[in-house]
Design a protein around this ligand. Sequence first.
Ligand code: KG4
Ligand code: ZN
Length: 372
Amino acid sequence: MNILAIETSCDETAAAVVEIDRTSHNIKILSNVVASQVEIHKKFGGIFPEYASRAHCEKIIPVVEEALSEVHATQSKSRRRGAWFKPSRALRTDFLAGKIESGIFDVAAPSDIDLIAVTTGPGLIGSLLVGINFAKTYAYANNLPILGINHLTGHIYSNFITPSLPHFSALILIVSGGHTGLVLMKSHDKIIPLGETLDDAAGEAFDKVAKLLELGYPGGPAISKAAENGNSKAYDFPRSMLDRKDFDFSFSGLKTAVLYESKKHKLTDKIKTNMAASFQQTVCDILVGKTIQAAYEYHPKSICLCGGVSANKELRQQLKKAVAGLPWKTSYFVPPMTLTTDNAAMIGVAAAYHLDEKTTWQNINAEANLKL
Ligand code: KG4
Ligand code: ZN
């Protein structure tokens, strides 16, 4: 069976088709299309929610079309049954009808799409609503079941691409622009939050520090690039919360420390790269330190890293080394680079493991502060 997955929780408009083999239950990503809004938000140095919603409105249809056509372009004509090209009668009176008539969008789902999955939260409400309303309309028009997925669950499942799968219990470090936390996954239906950030998320700290060091946007990739030429021991920034026994995080003190230090200097390239490297190392020490503390407490069989900040090469490597140093056998998982930052394939994979939660379009709603 095939799942059409949609993700618009923040500033990426994304659609993907994920296939589940009916006999082996293997999961395969058939297409994964992401339209980034980086160019739109660059001039503001951060995400401008109203512009994000508008860009989702413009991009959602072309992105879904591309995700579907990437799959069908590779399949033989005989598999493309008539419905693919025929507008559904149900939607002819809907607002999409104009687009159907003008040939912009064909509302009939390909006949091999069996389920719609969509991110329902957490995220920016205006952004979420675009993807959700599209998904509901598409499910209604095609009489398809729909499954709402928590965005953070999606990030977790970026590590669940067959054949190599994490074993339970799995300790998972989620590090994104809007969220930072540790969870213990005991089964597909039992995810226990262990701790989270009390203020800024790790990705948010990368973005804010990049802005104050004038390194550009988005901050994560900008900091990690600058850090390649810097000395990570040049500045000793505070590694907050590491002395505490709980599994919460805090990054706002670190951001303020970088701000005060940056004000003491003329920001030459050398100072910027040294500060970027020292900041990145501090974040890695905090994230790796807390994850290893939690590992000693819960003795997981697997440790997984996920979320946009999992694109950071230093973090990927340093956590890998720390996991390898544990005195019991623990497997380590990081998502492929294409599944680190926001995408719809991870939403489709999460849906593939929760098929029994499918429902009808009337039961799907946006929830900006949805919890795991
Ligand atoms: O998961 P994500 O795409 O969106 C949210 O769910 O928030 O994460 C985006 C975050 C941004 O803050 C971005 O700066 C950060 O991921 N990021 C990185 C890197 N690439 C993206 N942070 C550190 N190093 C990177 N290479
Ligand atoms: Zn995300």
